[in-house]
Design a protein around this ligand. Structure first.
Ligand code: MN
Length: 365
């Protein structure tokens, strides 16, 4: 029994002596043993929604917007209001479930499929909007900055402004940009900036058109499977490009329990020496060592105790963070999943908030 449990136990006991209201209070306290920081939580700005509507109306055809088409034009889809809201229902849900803080990021598909100028403007307004929400609710929100990789130089400027000026906590990237991945040499300045400024959370988006043929006709291009194929491919391209040998401080965050990569560590290590000739550079370390030193995963949308136990075992408890994927998945289920997770209280404290505080430089409460 740790100190907090003893305190909660003592509170319960005195509550029993004091009667109903005190008991209820003690019960609330005992469920608040952990600070809870949810790390993959989406929001949208009115400008972003307008820009998506414009591009849909103009007939732009993309799988990225298949989901958004429904969300933007279906009457009364509550998720649109939930994405735009940073002051009402979102905070009420957090209060109800004992969620102390959300680490916010501009919703997928983000800015990367817009024209470069539009993308840069949307990223800037989203980052300003986010910083204002954090100023209004400094103990409830932290945030990841959007940037437009289409113009790497401009992206680096916005990344610097977001961290040094707006005091945001890292970056959000919705996987590929026009079919190109961060291992491309033209994106090196972005990786270099991130190594100095803060982690990049690589969030899923649909596979590029050039790859997705056999995923398309069965709906497998979606969050059900294809998003994970796309995002893990992106992560592995960065790893095998040798980026972590050039930038040992570069941290990449992956949602959805690591997008399948933790399950594949043995095979990456076993196969890499046999396939080494197919890569342009020889890595200094085993693939699994980079996964453990340069990646941190979150539980977003994967409320599965067996998968969590496995990831904590193979990656270590310092490499796993809690997330909901609000408002796309249920906040209550994700919170109950972690409240009841079969890990030690010490590990639970790290996963609920300790790791997020360290990785995203969030002040301890
Ligand atoms: Mn998400």
């Amino acid at each position: 029994m740790d100190r907090r449990e003893v305190l909660a136990g003592a509170a319960m006991l005195s509550g029993a002596l004091l009667g109903g209201e005190a008991l209820a209070q003690a019960g609330r306290r005992s469920t608040r043993n952990f600070r809870r920081i949810a790390t993959e939580e989406a929001f949208a700005t009115p400008e972003f929604v307008e820009a998506c509507r414009d591009i849909v109306k103009a007939g732009w055809n993309s799988k990225d917007l298949d989901f958004w088409r429904g969300l933007l034009f279906r009457q009364n889809d509550p998720r649109l209001a939930d994405l735009l809201d940073l002051d009402q229902q979102r905070l009420a849900t957090m209060d109800r479930l004992g969620i102390d803080m959300q680490l916010l990021s501009l919703t997928s598909p983000g800015v990367q499929f817009f024209e470069p100028m539009t993308a840069a403007t949307l990223a800037t307004t989203a980052n300003d909007h986010l910083a204002e929400a954090i100023r209004r609710h400094p103990t409830r929100y932290a945030g990841l900055a959007a940037f437009a990789p289409q113009d790497p130089k401009g992206a680096v400027k916005e990344m610097e402004r977001a961290i040094n000026g707006l005091k945001l906590n890292g970056f959000i990237l919705n996987s590929h940009t026009n079919g190109e991945y961060m291992d491309d040499p033209k994106f090196r300045p972005i990786l270099e900036a991130a190594a100095a400024l803060g982690p990049i959370y690589i969030h899923p988006r649909p596979l590029p058109d050039t790859i997705d043929g056999p995923y398309r006709d069965m709906g497998l291009w979606t969050a059900m499977w294809g998003f994970q194929v796309e995002t893990s491919l992106h992560a592995l391209r960065i790893l095998f490009s040798g980026a972590f040998d050039d930038f040992p401080d570069l941290k990449i965050v992956l949602g959805h329990m690591g997008e399948g990569i933790p399950y594949w560590l043995y095979r990456l290590d076993y196969m890499y020496p046999k396939m080494e000739r197919m890569f342009t550079r020889k890595l200094k370390k085993k693939p699994s060592e980079y996964v453990k030193s340069n990646f941190i995963i979150t539980t977003s949308g994967m409320n599965d105790h067996a998968a969590l136990k496995y990831c904590v075992e193979v990656l270590g408890p310092r490499n796993v963070m809690w997330a909901i994927d609000y408002p796309y998945q249920e906040a209550e289920e994700a919170t109950t999943f972690m409240n009841t997770a079969p890990v030690s209280n010490e590990d639970k404290a790290l996963i609920f908030s300790g790791n997020a505080e360290r990785v995203f430089k969030i002040a301890q409460s």
